[in-house]
Design a protein around this ligand. Structure first.
Ligand code: NAD
Length: 482
């Protein structure tokens, strides 16, 4: 890792790597057969049974605990992950969801009784959570297990049959998810369908009782469009540019460490990574010194650069650096096109209009923007679409309250990053361009449940106020009651 002031440099290579070929899917059952089989299983009512739900969740737990080696191997193959990172990023995160659901799903499913207005007296009301039916989970490649098995937890806990469609861009993970689901879960009610755009479109054309999609805002629009044809409701877990604001009162050492930690996770290919930093001018110099020292220390274990998933992403990311972004590269800037590695790169003050500052980066490049005040930082965030996450580093409570109030984002973390995603006690989702709907914990259960309003009345008393003839006297009473 070199700290440099040089422009972006591409390390030359004679040989150009090819992206992996699309997986062979000849052995795959036709989509229509799979969906029909799952619908039949749901129609028997067996997925509604609490004992069935518990068996599936316990089997998922066993899968995560027994199959760590297979999962880590697939993540190593697809994403060049260290085995330890496979555990913390994909296995442990999913396990937290499974354990929370196992502990609570019966409670979440409980009938919720409510007092009704006088006008409905003496009826009683309650909310009954019923499984939606056969649902679809479409995953992204960056955390291929967590982003498919995580939503699966809520869907199974709520009693649905589920089709899981992992990303074709992480083929070893996609194949492993398929094998593990077949080995551990009830395959008449849970199926993994592999494939890319065509297969996903074919699936959507079948119509589902819900679709939870994780991916980019651009693809999210296509998913919503395809889902509209069958009125399939959607939850869209999308991306965006998540800022980290560093104010003058922040602990700069901690801010630097936590920001770089968040950006290094999965080489910045994380939906809630710190996309860019906004720092107050009065501490910019001191912060940059700490930031660059942290970059140097934290990248020691990958001295050749950060691995990115494929040539397409590599080309996109190096393109962001070689385009005229108007900033100054103060760390990194190099890339190895043979091994798809990019140096952790820090770009100081790129132009707001540059692709680097208008597109989600999704890689190991960190722009740092300098502003005069927190007001300017907030105004700068508000110029773009609503982000998936916003991070604030500040020791001032009033700064905390300002950002929580004034920055609309999927989630906010104060003096840290990423943590809101790891907690099933909080809903996880975007807002505006970064998504719609949420999941994790009870929110995943509710996303895959219909909240059915039920009112129970009895034949007696049968109050004649509602019925004709509509006299003046009745109207007067109705006006008082309603
Ligand atoms: P993507 O949108 O390219 O693909 C996601 C899924 O959609 C894949 O399974 C793919 O096969 C399918 N797909 C792609 N094009 C399609 C089309 N035209 N019709 C139907 N299906 C299609 O996303 P990606 O590159 O896998 O992931 C990166 C994006 O996902 C980033 O924007 C990132 O921020 C976002 N993301 C969001 C979250 C979250 O939880 N909010 C998590 C991870 C990634």
């Amino acid at each position: 890792m070199t700290i440099s002031t040089a422009p972006s440099t591409m390390r030359p290579s004679g040989h150009v790597l090819q992206d992996p070929p699309a997986p062979e899917l000849d052995d795959q059952e036709p989509v229509t057969t799979t969906v029909a089989r799952l619908r039949s299983a749901f129609a028997t009512g067996r997925t509604r049974d609490f004992a069935w739900r518990e068996r599936q969740l316990r089997a998922m737990l066993a899968m995560l605990e027994n199959e760590e080696a297979a999962i880590a191997a697939a993540l190593g193959e697809d994403l060049d992950r260290f085995p330890g990172a496979a555990w913390s990023a994909d296995i442990a995160t999913t396990r937290i969801e499974v354990r929370d659901a196992l502990k609570n799903f019966r409670k979440w499913a409980r009938r919720e009784r409510h007092l009704l207005p006088l006008s409905t007296w003496p009826s009683r009301g309650f909310i009954e959570r019923e499984p939606l039916g056969t649902v679809l989970v479409i995953g992204a490649w960056n955390f291929p297990f967590y982003l498919t098995l995580g939503p699966l937890v809520g869907a199974l806990a709520a009693g649905n049959a589920v089709v899981v469609k992992p990303s074709e861009l992480a083929p070893a993970s996609s194949r492993t998810i398929k094998d593990l689901v077949a080995k551990y879960l009830d395959t008449d009610a849970v199926a993994v369908v592999e494939g890319g755009v065509e297969v996903t479109q074919e699936l959507l054309a079948q119509g589902f009782d819900h679709c939870l999609f994780t991916g980019s805002p651009q693809t999210g629009k296509k998913i919503m469009e395809a889902a509209a044809a069958t009125l399939t409701p959607v939850t869209l877990e999308l991306g965006g540019k998540s800022p980290a604001i560093v104010t003058a009162s922040a602990n700069l050492d901690v801010a630097a460490r936590r920001i770089i930690w968040s950006k290094l996770a999965n080489s910045g290919q994380t939906c809630i990574t710190t996309d860019y930093v906004i720092v107050e001018r009065s501490v910019q110099k001191e912060f940059l010194e700490k930031l660059l020292a942290t970059v140097e220390a934290f990248t020691e274990e990958r001295p050749d650069g950060q691995p990115v998933i494929n040539r397409r992403q590599f080309g996109r990311l190096t393109g962001l650096l070689s385009a005229d972004h108007g900033g100054r590269i103060i760390a990194g800037g190099g890339a190895d096109d043979q091994r798809c590695l990019i140096d952790f790169t820090v770009v100081l003050d790129p132009a707001h209009e540059s692709p680097l500052m208008s597109e989600e980066i999704f890689g190991p490049i960190l722009p740092v923007i300098t502003v005069d005040s927190l007001d300017d930082a907030i105004a700068s965030v508000k110029r773009g679409p609503k982000p998936l996450a916003a991070y604030l580093f500040s020791n001032s409570r009033s700064d905390h309250e300002r950002v929580v109030r004034d920055v609309s984002a999927g989630g906010v973390v104060i003096n840290h990053a990423l943590l809101h995603c790891m907690s099933p006690q909080l809903p996880f989702g975007g807002v505006g361009n970064s998504g719609m709907g949420s999941y994790h914990g009870k929110w995943g259960f509710d996303t895959f449940s219909h909240l059915k309003s039920v009112v129970r009345a009895w034949a007696r008393p049968d109050i004649p106020l509602l019925y004709p003839p509509h006299t003046e006297a009745k109207a007067r009473i109705v006006r008082k009651v309603l």
